[in-house]
Every structure is written in C-alpha cells, then in structure tokens.
Design a protein around this ligand. Sequence first.
Ligand SMILES: Nc1ncnc2c1ncn2[C@@H]1O[C@H](COP(=O)(O)OP(=O)(O)OP(=O)(O)O)[C@@H](O)[C@H]1O
Length: 464
Amino acid sequence: MNDRQADMAGEQAKAWARVRASLRESAGARLFDQWLKPIELVAADEADTVRLALPSAFMTNWVRSHYADRLALEFRQHLPHVRSVEVETRRLGAVAEVLTIESPAPERAPVQVAAAPDAGMIFERPVLESRYTFDRFVVDQSNRVAFNAARTVAEPGRPRFSPLFLHGGTGQGKTHLMHAIAHAFLAANPDANVLCMSAERFMFDFVAAMRVRDTFAFKARLRSADLLLIDDLQFIAGKDATQEEFFHTINEIVGAGKRLVIAADRAPQHLDGVEPRIIGRLGAGLVADIKAADLPLRRAILTRKVADLPDAKVPADVLDLLAARIHSSIRELEGALMRVVAYASLTGETLDLDFAVQTLGDSLRGAQRRVTIDEIQKLVSQHFDLKPLDLISARRARAVARPRQIAMYLSKRLTTRSLPEIGRKFGGRDHSTVIHAVRRIEELRDSDRDVDAAVRVLLRELEA
Ligand SMILES: Nc1ncnc2c1ncn2[C@@H]1O[C@H](COP(=O)(O)OP(=O)(O)OP(=O)(O)O)[C@@H](O)[C@H]1O
C-alpha cells in the first residue's frame, strides 16, 4: 500500500466508524446487530468509492435494497467526494460477487460516455445492471418475440435487423432486455463500443453541444457506437432540432450496418410529437412488444427471483398469493417478494401466508395508489408554474432547481425507483445529484417553512 492509498484507507476507516455509530443509533440494536454489524469495510482502490463486504449474498441483497441510499448519504456527509458505495458478498475469504449500490464505475467501462460538453452540464455514469442478463429473463408467449429478437441482435455478424424497437408498459422488462443485449454483445466483442442512454440524455447532450456551437464531438461519439441503445424514447417528443439530429443518428447507425435498439412505453405509431420520418424509420426494423405479464408468467418470474436468494425459503402458496395479487408491474412484484423475505428474516418469524398478508397489507389489496415519476413531475411543475420539461432541463436557476429537487425527493419517497433510475428520469442526471436533492430537501423541510409547506401540499395531492 503506498502513502496515498494508506491516507485514503485511514480516511475511509474514520468515516466508516462514524457511519456505523450513526446507523446503530438510528436503526436500533436489533436491526443493527442482524444486518449492519456484519458489514466490513474493504480497502478501496479509488478515493471516490467505498467498498463494503457482507458474509452472504442474501445479506448483501437485503442491505442493498434497504440501506443503499442511506449508506451513500451517510458516507457523503463525512467524505463529500465519495460517489459510490459498493457492497460485495464475501465467501471463503474471497470476494465472490459484487453487487453495486449507486452506479459505481464498472471494471472496464462497458458503456462509453464522453464527458459532457459543458463542465456545468449533467453528469451521468450509466452502468449496465449486472443482474439483467438473458438467462435471468423468464420467457413465455407474451415476451418471446421480444426476447428472441433481443438475442438475435446480440449475435455476431451483420445484424439481421436494425433497429429493434421494444415497447411495453412500465416495469415489464424492457430495460432488462436492453442491458442483456449489451452484456451478450460485449461478451462476444469485448472491444466493442456500446453506448446506452435515455432519450432525455440524448436531448440534453445535444442541446448542450449546440449551445457551445460544437456538435462535432457529440455526433462523433454517437456514430462511433457499434451498439447504440436508447431507452424511454417517448421523451424525445417536441424538440425539433433534437429530432432532426436523432433522425440522422439512427440513419447513420443503421446505414453503417451497426446495431440500434430503442425502447419506449408505446408503439412507434403512438409516439405523439415524434416526426413521421422517425416513426417510419423505427418501424422499418423489427418492432416487438412485451405484454403485461399474466399470472403464470408472474409466478414463474417469482420462482426465478427466489432462486437468486439462496438463503431464502418462500413457500409456494406465498408465491401464488403474490403472483395473483400484484399485477401492476414486475418491479412491484419483485419489491413485494424482497419485502416479505427481509421482514421474515428480520423478525425471525416464519414466512407463511399469514405473515405475507400481514406484512404486505395494502399492496396486496391493491389499495395503495402507485404514483409515477411522470405524475410527480407534472404536479410539481404545475405547482411552481413551470413546464414539465424545465424539471429535466439543465437550467440551474433557483426557481427551477428547487422544484426539481423537490420532485426528485418526492420520486424517491413515493416510488420504488432506484436513485439511478430517478436520475435518468430527470434528464439523465447522476444518482449523486438525486442523493444531494433528497438530502437538501430533508434539511430544508426543517429550516424553511415555504419548502416544507410546498412538500406537504404535494404529498397530500399525490397520496390522495
Ligand atoms: N420476464 C422477466 N423475467 C425476469 N425478470 C423480469 C422480467 N420482466 C421484468 N423483470 C424484472 O422486473 C424489473 C423491472 O424491469 P425493467 O426495469 O426492465 O422494466 P421496464 O420495462 O424497463 O420499465 P420502465 O419502462 O418503467 O423503465 C426488473 O428487475 C426486471 O429484472
């Protein structure tokens, strides 16, 4: 260990001692002893990354889903330069699995992201989710075409079709399939240039490049992609210059025989506000939809997800119940499974039907209204007399920045979206921007009556 690494390790060890003390206080002795005490700090190679290790994959999963945000927030209070916290599973003294909290830089960056053209611009470090692979995707007739098409795109040789357009409702596996394509393509072509971005990110990078009158780097970056994946295309609607650029980009990528994959929440012909020539181009490749998962598929997905939790025992009738009652999205279904498993382990109670009904309460009755980030953005912009696009823009004026922070805070509080997902929905911002927003609004709710009042009103409306 050289001097710099020794300083860094000392700094992180000091911060970790404080973070542990604070967690012990806020989580209570029982929770702390069971889940947090076994966490060990591992020597990190980078000053902006903290690495923590746990003794089992199950504990890692639990800490990840319940304490990810908290750990990152806590560390940043002591070490503001920390950008990511990684949690690893340790087996037999070796790091057997690395689970990631807060989008850390991947080992070899699989996704190429050039620096934003303007240093003040949005910063994003997209990462491929390691769990989103083809072998973890459960297939049936409702998603088979999309699945097979995705596999075909990743195959070597000249693509059989391009673009591939995937569409389906929220939480039905579009992003999972896109990341699976990228994983498979990179496994076969380790030096390939894979670029994965949301349509909002495309829009803002392009607008930023135009602002400084230098779109050359932006264009070169996109056109150099061997595989270009663009998520949430519905958000490109509107912007003329951006659509023009988007049209040229897709033409050139497809014309050069490269792979293009696009996902949206609706079919190309229903993308309101998108130019007809783009819609025509998108429809010229393969369009595959992912239908809402039916009961047998929901049940099969649960079986698959349980297999990924090696220490968890979930009786079949509990899985039947979850599959029958939770149909809003696979994301919700997965969240409910994680919740019952974690609570049973925490309380030491037997995970049976009664326990599941008691634990999940409202979500099983379907009584809880699901709020989406789009609804939050709409309501917050109305409340502050802004346009919804202001919230995803790069504008930093207080009149826009504060409502944006409030909207991020509400998104974290009221939806099950992760920090990187929320960041993406706000113009492709980094997860750390979301953490900062959440922390800032929490502070302001204590010190600024106006902010607190606005948040209360918005919460009341959204939870109504
Ligand atoms: N067929 C499937 N097999 C296994 N897991 C699935 C399947 N479909 C969805 N999932 C899981 O559901 C969760 C949500 O999926 P994903 O994020 O890909 O949805 P999405 O369609 O991109 O949603 P959104 O449009 O809201 O972003 C993920 O954890 C994913 O692994």
